[in-house]
Design a binder for this molecule. Structure first.
Ligand SMILES: *Cc1c(COP(=O)(O)O)cnc(C)c1O
Length: 388
């Protein structure tokens, strides 16, 4: 049985007619960048996320870069980031000649350790970028408290967390000063190319974001500030508008798949329960656990990734590849050990929890259309490997 890490074709087939028509409509309009299609999409996202402003932008990376530019990050400023995330989270800080200051993660959620964050604040700290990794919200209550007390901005990296709700039902990305989303095709809500979104409830910040999205021009060809080309294409907006109403259902299916994995792993004797953080003979596989789970909130975890941890990760991965099961390592090297950040002078051992996660984590297929048979097959192959 072949089990790819991700297969986007069934989703396309299920919406093919609508999507094809919408794309052709854009071609017929010959209106390709920003414009009415993007404005209408932005309204839909404001309604869905229950926020005041949403701006379509060119990618998730550009959403982060634009947000940092709009809050006025300057050379020499410090911006705190978790050391374990996709590269863009720290890359955008360095691109503004500011310094990414990294902190370790919580071993259960893989998200930034909110207490560590507090300890890293200096008089140069201007902002923090909490990343809602794999589709689960960070501990925003504590992060907001620390940020308020120290007068620093919060730019949420919600690229993997569109539709995630935090404790009080607020959506990830709408809790800090600005929230950044990605529509990269493999995200839970993917476009047909690069795309992203910045959201905020701050009118003034929204205005700056809007101007800086088009090279800082206001009006056209008059520049008081320097921005960039961070515009979204109309085709992406048209596709995303059609997909957005299905997002919650897709997230529900991902959650059901995660529950099926947990059940099969526990049933096969490879794990005792979810959320364990150390290996022993009864827990050869460590399973993810949603921490802010509550009955009143539907979307506490949207499983952009379902991540297990195993000691012999690379060998297991090789075995699964041989058996036509797709997996991925998100992410093999934390920021503090990346060559491009060697000037920051970190060394191995500085952030042990992130390093341990990088050495043991493995993403299994979790996309909504995956069948229970495929999930059972993946677990049986992992069992076969680990029992030998
Ligand atoms: C995907 C991703 C990004 C970047 O998004 P792009 O649209 O690919 O530029 C940023 N941060 C995280 C955590 C991501 O997963």
């Amino acid at each position: 049985m072949r089990v790819p890490l991700l297969d986007l074709k069934p989703q396309y087939q299920s919406l093919k007619q609508e999507l094809d028509e919408a794309i052709i409509k854009v071609a017929e309009s010959q209106y390709f960048i920003l414009g009415p299609e993007v404005e209408s999409m932005e309204k839909d996202f404001c309604n869905y996320l229950n926020c005041k402003h949403a701006l379509g932008v060119s990618s998730g990376t550009d959403a982060l870069l634009l947000a940092l530019m709009a809050i006025g990050i300057q050379p020499g400023d410090e911006v705190i980031v978790p050391t374990f995330s996709f590269f863009a989270t720290a890359g955008v800080v360095s691109r503004l000649n500011a310094t990414p200051v990294v902190v370790d993660i919580d071993p259960v959620t893989f998200n930034i350790d909110a207490r560590e964050l507090e300890r890293k604040i200096t008089n140069k700290t201007r902002a923090v970028i909490p990343v809602h990794l794999y589709g689960q919200s960070c501990e925003m209550e504590k992060i907001v408290e620390v940020a308020k007390a120290n007068k620093i901005k919060i730019i949420e990296d919600a690229a993997q967390a569109i539709g995630v709700q935090y404790k009080d039902g607020k959506f990830a990305g709408t809790i800090g000063d600005a929230g950044c989303f990605s529509f990269f095709p493999s995200k839970n809500l993917g476009g047909y190319g690069d795309g992203g979104l910045v959201v905020t409830n701050d009118d003034e910040l929204a205005q700056r974001l809007k101007i800086m999205r088009v090279h800082g021009a206001e009006p056209k060809y008059y520049h008081k500030v320097i921005g960039g080309n961070f515009r979204l294409d109309a085709i992406q907006a048209a596709v995303l508008k059609i997909k957005l109403p299905h997002l919650d259902n897709w997230s529900k299916k991902r959650r059901e798949n995660a529950e099926a994995y947990n059940k099969f792993f526990i049933g096969s004797g490879l794990a005792e329960q979810t959320g364990k953080i150390s290996f022993d003979s009864k827990n050869k596989v460590l399973l993810p656990k949603p921490v802010f789970q509550s009955d009143s909130i539907k979307n506490y975890h949207i499983y952009n990734q379902y991540i297990i941890r195993v000691e012999d990760r690379d060998k297991l991965r090789g075995y699964l590849t041989k058996n036509e099961i797709g997996t991925e390592i998100y992410y093999p090297v934390p920021f503090h050990l990346q060559e491009c950040f060697s000037n920051l002078n970190y060394k191995p051992g500085d952030f042990p929890l992130a390093e341990r996660a990088a050495d043991t984590c493995l993403a299994l297929p979790i996309y909504p259309e995956l069948s229970k048979d495929q999930i059972e097959f993946v677990v049986s192959k992992i069992n076969e490997f680990l029992k030998n």
